[in-house]
Design a protein around this ligand. Structure first.
Ligand SMILES: [Zn+2]
Length: 255
């Protein structure tokens, strides 16, 4: 599942192709866009900026129009060399020069006005991006303390209102690096401990956002039954939270 670093990596690949330029062509091959006329609405407009916030990506065009994408479990962005025929799963294809930017499989892809991106409920309530150049720690802690104090800290960190960008893998790795049990109730986790998890994730996610390779930071995710890389005890796994995301942790050295 794409997490914040993957979205920031996609934005950094798309930016040099589109930012400051009018795309040569725009297509929406997926049938769901049949009558939406995006190519006509966006024709002749330059892309002002390509922004990532948490797991959301925004292509901001001139004239107050923005393409908003959220990849959830299935979607992806690709930047391809050379002219390509859009694949059957392409929802949006933007060409400029010899490069093609493709959005595959949605599942959230919408054209909205710039002002709607500020007032849309889902977007307006997003917390501070874990990958922002300067982390807004105060706002992160405020949002965390507004949440249910009985919620396990691992699950609370997946809430996009608290700290968008951390997904299930980074939640496991961050709790492991900080030595904190993801099952502890949030109300019993100190501010310093919560920040330690975020500060463990941030530099690793920044590296992954730069090189597109999150896997090399995996020390505990997916490693159930194997020895803990820190203490050698057996790594456990169990589903956590409303969406039952498989959580990996070492019961011996995560307190
Ligand atoms: Zn351990």
């Amino acid at each position: 599942m794409p997490e914040g670093d993957t979205i920031h990596y996609a934005a950094s690949r798309i930016r040099p192709v589109l930012q400051g330029h009018v795309p040569d062509s725009i297509e929406t091959p997926h049938p769901r866009f049949g009558r939406d006329r995006w190519p006509e609405k966006l024709a002749g407009r330059a892309v002002r900026s390509v922004d990532a916030h948490g797991k959301h990506l925004f292509l901001r065009f001139e004239g107050d129009l923005t393409v908003h994408s959220q990849l959830r479990m299935t979607g992806s962005w690709r930047v391809l060399d050379g002219p390509r025929r859009p694949s059957a799963t392409a929802w949006l294809v933007l060409r400029r020069g010899d490069r093609t930017v493709v959005q595959l499989n949605g599942p959230v892809l919408e054209l909205m006005t710039e002002s709607r991106t500020r007032f849309d409920q889902r977007l307006a309530q997003l917390g501070p991006d874990i990958l922002a150049p300067e982390l807004d720690a105060e706002r992160f802690l405020r949002r965390l303390r507004e949440d249910d104090p009985t919620r396990p800290i691992g699950d609370a960190l997946l809430d996009q209102r608290t700290i968008p960008g951390i997904g299930n893998m980074w939640k496991c790795e961050g709790c492991f690096e900080a030595g904190i049990d993801p099952w502890r109730q949030t109300g019993e986790v100190s501010d310093a401990e919560a920040l330690a998890i975020v500060h463990a994730c941030r530099p690793r996610m920044q590296r992954s956002a730069a090189d597109g390779n999150p896997r090399r930071h995996q020390r505990i995710y997916g490693a159930a039954g194997r020895p803990c890389p820190r203490c050698g005890s057996r790594i456990e796994s169990r589903g956590q939270g409303d969406s039952n995301r498989t959580t990996y942790w070492c019961p011996a050295c995560q307190a």
